[in-house]
Design a protein around this ligand. Structure first.
Ligand code: AMP
Length: 365
């Protein structure tokens, strides 16, 4: 259903996925008077704890999807590795925002790179790799260092291997675990940034301040807001994200992660058509958070102002780090967010803490 009607408070938002992004979206939805129904294959999911309804079923379960579609007024998603066919199935029954086409591009690194390059937006050099022979040829063109990634279903560094010489090729291919990969030139970057924009049902848009990210072991460690970079670079980062959102005809929130190279160029790494970890700081430091904004966008409400009232540094609480929850509560400028995950695993995001500073006063990272 490509209906462009809006859903007033009191309606029910369906969310595909039950993780922390769904949880924080559900909290924002409740504040605006909406109900939320989560669809997830996961038992005891973080989002289900704070939602009105939950369907626990496989994404391919059409009977469950059909029931879900009847119980909600609009569907959005909190993670993009959902198979496209259930999203298409739902979109024939209820508005799905963002729609299946956006998802198909965002969940495939090859399609994503093509999408940006076709818009004239630069990325790392890349080649599609479908066999050990392709990998060798691509390595010959791109050279070392480079990184082999699975084209699909990869996140937080899963399914990635760095290649520093031809001797790494066979091991990297064998370790990929699939026969559709992408070889990317490894970028020696000055820093990583992300630009986060929202686009409403009426095409209006809003951008938060561009932020600077630090990853450790491929997982986001900290986000500092705002990024302390020159105005032309900041403007360009926002323009890239806005251009992508327009080209996708996106309704919702779009995060675009980029590398800033040592010679000052912005290269897109990837995008996420949903609230993003690098936007969590907006809950505590902006007039409108990314979660409130996605609710406004998908329900067809006017977008809120993304203005930043504080500087912020967000730190992910990964694995054991969440054990120190009490110490964060003693910090006067820290806001603690825990996701209610019962099982602690290495590398698992258990929560985050956002430290607030007066405007212009955040520590330099
Ligand atoms: P990804 O899974 O693509 O989000 O990658 C996670 C992190 O790995 C990125 O944020 C970077 O820190 C690093 N990384 C991924 N691809 C590259 C690349 N082509 N060059 C340099 N660093 C990369």
């Amino acid at each position: 259903m490509s209906s462009d009607h809006s859903i007033p408070p009191g309606g029910t938002i369906g969310i595909l996925g039950g993780g922390q992004l769904g949880r924080m979206t559900a909290l924002a939805a409740a504040q605006l008077g909406y109900r939320v129904h989560i669809f997830t294959p996961e038992q005891d999911s973080p989002a289900s704890h704070v939602s009105d309804g939950v369907t626990i079923a496989a994404y391919e379960d059409e009977a469950a999807l059909d029931r879900f579609a009847r119980q909600v007024d609009v569907v959005t998603l909190e993670f993009e590795n959902i198979p496209a066919s259930p999203v298409r199935f739902l979109s024939e029954r209820v508005p799905v925002r963002p729609g299946p086409r956006v998802l198909e591009i965002a969940q495939d690194r090859l399609a994503e790179k093509r999408f940006f390059n076709e818009l004239g937006i630069k990325t790392a050099p890349w080649r599609e790799v479908k066999s050990a022979g392709d990998l060798e040829a691509a390595f010959g063109e791109i050279g070392a260092p480079c990184v082999l990634k699975t084209a699909r279903l990869g996140y937080d560094g899963k399914g990635q291997a760095k290649i520093t010489s031809a001797a790494d090729l066979a091991g990297a291919w064998a370790g990929l675990g699939t026969n559709l990969g992408i070889l990317e030139g490894f970028i020696s970057f000055d820093c990583e940034v992300s630009a986060l924009v929202a686009r409403g049902l009426d095409g209006s848009w809003a951008a938060w301040d561009v932020v600077q990210n630090v990853h450790t072991n491929h997982i986001l460690d900290t986000t500092s807001a705002p990024a302390l970079l020159s105005q032309p670079v900041l403007d360009q980062a926002v323009a890239i994200a806005h251009r992508a959102a327009e080209a996708l005809d996106l309704v919702g929130v779009l995060a675009v992660e980029m590398f800033l190279t040592r010679d000052g160029r912005l290269l897109v790494n990837e995008m996420a058509p949903r609230p993003h970890n690098s936007g969590h700081w907006t809950i505590d430091a902006c007039l409108t958070s990314q979660f409130e904004q996605v609710v406004r966008a998908v329900c067809g409400l006017p977008l809120g102002t993304p203005k930043r009232h504080s500087d912020a540094v967000m730190t992910n609480l990964i694995g054991d780090m969440a054990e120190a929850w009490e110490s964060y509560l003693h910090e006067p400028n820290a806001k603690l967010h825990l996701y209610g995950k019962a099982e602690r695993r290495q590398g698992r995001k258990m929560g985050h803490v956002t430290r607030l500073y007066p405007l212009g006063r955040r520590p330099h990272s």
